[in-house]
Design a protein around this ligand. Structure first.
Ligand code: ADP
Ligand code: ZN
Ligand code: ZN
Length: 748
């Protein structure tokens, strides 16, 4: 795990206070992988991390000063001068600037794009970080003489002086409104030297924090975890809080947060995209009487800037957000928490492809603060690291309170009658739970009605015109939608080639819901991206579930993230088989995580839970391991396999992707790139491919990939450092769109 050693950290540029260096190195939002030198504006000192307006081509753009330079290699006649500095204080603090430049280098992404993506949108166009408030107050002279010297008939002037003698300071609008005066009156007083204006200074004092409500007394495992984490406050440590669903991980976070707040520090909490729910936020608000900044996708630009600023100025004591919140500036950082650290949404899959989880470790290490990764199903990377440092691993093996672990059983789809994807024993078990007053949750990893539209007569099936994929039947069979490019078509009445009747094959959430409605009379709801489009709809449905008004719940992954369903007694995984035979080495891990996470939704309160997993491969080792030994047994097996076959976490990978409208260009580009690698031999680095992507055509573009595998971090970085800069020079480079994905999470 060399990536997080201080050695690597030193490769980033030293962050300097630039006091009138003649030149500035400026990062600009462009795909060009470089910084640009400018002459510093005259008579201004600039700090690294400040934004500046600079000429760029024919445009005037906002850039970020990365460092000051005493010399430049740009010839004098080409060198342009920066126009003006936007910030009086750096937008990026030295620690954040260093993290981001490090990340740009590590992920091999243009530094200008990296810095831009880490800024709230408004700041990218040069808006001030804070609208400075201009206030008016009496001068010393004004306090002594104004009321004595102003003539009695100057009613308005006297009114203003009087108002300001009673109110220490106020904005012009307030003064003029209260005294019914024109602005000229205020100016008149200013000319006489009685009043002055000033910009409001930033208050540095941190509002007091009090705990609002005591949590439950911790059980032994929780208390041990809290103590272990608390001991490391003020130093770097990466903790894994490995606790089954409902074991009280959130309670542990809350207790540790309390200590951090008591130290006058801030806490950054990252959660998966779907999990940022009012339920979770409510839990934090309910516990602490501390200002909270929530960075979620529903914020408009102004709200986002305000939340960012509150974090930066230390006003917000707890900052909760999704992936990109890892770049939130913090005045007094004390702790970073990554909840559900295994979740795929922490990895950005396009543009600046970074892992917020991995960057959290880097950031925490640079800041000298602990980071807590929490999960019931830790990623194999995190698990492998924790096993090397047992003192950072905290286990919560039991459910908190009185909840018992659920009973898990497999349903063999080959042995039983199956109607619309639901096997007979499953139907009987659902009925039993409904009769006993329980709630039932069914999970299927596919939205829509059916994944395929098929002609039984000639074998035709509906394909997307732009992707190598089937179109999914939607809205109870009225639409065909491509889940990869979004193309939409009307559902044909008959087969376009032989005119026979066509039929939907397989199940999605809509069809399962339809089947359940035919089988049961209990009230039900469906939760997926299609049914929960309207704002607030998800919350409303979840509330109805928790009030017991809904007895059967069917849905996609949306069900697995962060929701607490205390009344659910039965969870059914309708199809565990997708993922059992995938070519992606991470597919089994993802499948195991999903199954365990869904299963964990059963029986969270005092009712015992039951879990049914439907499969056609009940003897598959992954399923038997999960069933007999739980996630830990699965992880042991999977780690051994990864070690033997040389995959992460026992190796490092990067994926070079290329795509074009022409089928051959991407493969040709990657082949040339592959051949070029011969010139950069680095021990242990191997190239696999090129090969077409598992789904070669998507949205009308052909895609191919080349995998780079190295035994560890440094050979990989060394290789990429020599090889990547030459790729733009390859003849095919102009004909394809290419990108590099360091530590790629998905091989597609
Ligand atoms: P997780 O985050 O691991 O899923 P939670 O922290 O949400 O678990 O806890 C699950 C449930 O158990 C919650 O309702 C929580 O209030 C309750 N709980 C947690 N810790 C305790 C405890 N020590 N005693 C009693 N109840 C607890
Ligand atoms: Zn046909
Ligand atoms: Zn498509």
């Amino acid at each position: 795990m060399s990536r997080f050693t201080p050695n690597n950290a030193q490769s980033c540029p030293q962050v300097l206070c630039i006091d009138r260096t003649p030149y500035l190195a400026v990062a600009i939002d462009t795909p060009l992988r470089q910084v640009f030198d400018y002459r510093a504006p005259a008579d201004t000192s600039v700090l690294a991390g400040c934004r500046v307006w600079v000429p760029f081509g024919r445009r005037r753009v906002v850039g970020v000063v990365v460092e000051g330079r005493d010399q430049t290699e740009v010839p004098a006649n080409k060198l342009r001068a920066a126009f003006e500095v936007v910030d009086t204080e750096p937008t990026f603090s030295p620690d954040l600037l260093a993290l981001l430049t490090w990340a740009a280098e590590y992920y091999r992404h243009p530094v200008g794009e990296v810095l831009t993506s880490a800024m709230p949108v408004l700041l990218r166009s040069g808006a001030p970080i804070r609208e400075e408030q201009i206030l008016w107050r009496l001068t010393a002279l004004g306090r002594e003489e104004a009321l004595a010297k102003l003539p009695a008939r100057s009613i308005r002037l006297r009114a203003i002086a009087d108002y300001l003698s009673k109110n220490e300071h106020a904005p012009a609008s307030e003064i003029l409104g209260a005294t019914e005066s024109p602005l000229s009156a205020l100016r008149n007083l200013e000319e006489r030297g009685f009043v002055e204006q000033f910009a409001r200074e930033q208050t540095d004092e941190i509002p007091p924090v009090s705990v609002m409500r005591e949590g439950p007394p911790l059980n032994e495992a929780q208390a041990a975890a809290v103590e272990r984490i608390q001991k490391t406050l003020g130093t770097f440590a990466s903790h894994l809080l490995y606790g089954v669903t409902g074991s009280g991980k959130t309670e542990v976070y809350l207790q540790v947060i309390e200590s951090v707040l008591a130290r006058g520090q801030q806490v950054l909490v990252l959660v998966p995209e779907i999990a940022l729910t009012p339920q979770l936020i409510g839990r934090f608000r309910g516990r602490f009487d501390a200002p909270l900044a929530v960075l979620h996708s529903g914020l408009n630009d102004t709200e986002r800037l305000a939340a960012w600023r509150d974090a930066r100025e230390g006003t917000a004591r707890i900052v909760i957000g999704t992936r990109s919140a890892i770049f939130t500036p913090l005045l007094h950082p004390g702790l970073i928490i990554i909840d559900e650290e295994h979740d795929a949404s922490f990895k950005q899959q396009d543009g600046f492809r970074y892992s917020a989880r991995d960057l959290a470790l880097v950031r925490a290490q640079r800041l000298g603060i602990p980071v807590v990764l929490g999960s019931a199903t830790p990623s194999l990377e995190t698990l492998a690291r924790a096993r090397k440092q047992p003192e950072t691993l905290s286990h919560l093996p039991y459910r908190a309170g009185s909840a018992k672990p659920p009973q898990v059983a497999l349903v063999d789809l080959r042995k039983h009658g199956v109607t619309q994807g639901i096997a007979t024993p499953t139907v009987m078990t659902i009925q039993r739970h409904l009769d006993a007053g329980g709630q039932v949750m069914l999970f299927i990893n596919r939205r829509g009605y059916a994944p395929v539209l098929f002609c039984p007569n000639c074998g035709w099936s509906a394909h997307c015109r732009r992707c190598d994929a089937h179109l999914t039947v939607h809205a109870r069979g009225r639409d065909l939608i491509c889940h990869h490019c979004g193309s939409q078509e009307n559902l044909p009445n008959e087969c376009p080639t032989c005119f026979a009747d066509v039929k939907p094959v397989g199940q999605g959430t809509e069809r399962i819901e339809e089947a359940l409605q035919q089988l049961f009379t209990a009230p039900m709801a469906r939760i997926d991206r299609d049914s929960m489009r309207r704002k607030g709809e998800l919350e409303e449905t979840l509330a109805r579930v928790n009030r017991g008004e809904i007895r059967i719940l069917v849905g996609t992954q949306m069900l697995t993230k962060g929701h607490d369903f205390p009344k659910v007694t039965l969870v059914v995984v309708l199809n565990a088989d997708q993922g059992l035979f995938s070519t992606d080495f991470r597919a089994p891990e993802r499948l195991a995580q999903t199954i365990v996470q869904v299963a964990g939704r059963a029986g969270r309160a005092d009712r015992p839970g039951e879990v049914l997993i439907q499969t056609e491969y009940p003897e598959h080792p992954l399923l038997t391991l999960l069933l007999t030994g739980g996630y830990a047994a699965f992880a042991d097996g999977a780690l051994t396999e990864r070690e033997q076959s040389g995959w992460p976490p026992f190796a490092r990978i990067a994926l070079l992707r290329a795509e074009a409208t022409d089928q051959q260009a991407p493969l040709k580009f990657l082949q040339d790139a592959h051949d070029l690698a011969v010139d950069f031999p680095v021990r242990g680095v191997k190239l696999l491919g090129p090969a077409p992507a598992p789904m070669e055509r998507r949205a009308g573009r052909f895609r191919a990939q080349l995998l780079i595998r190295a035994p560890s971090h440094s050979p990989l970085q060394k290789f990429l450092g020599g090889w990547l800069p030459l790729l733009p020079m390859l003849p095919e480079a102009r004909r394809v769109r290419w990108s590099i994905d360091v530590d790629a999470a998905e091989l597609s």
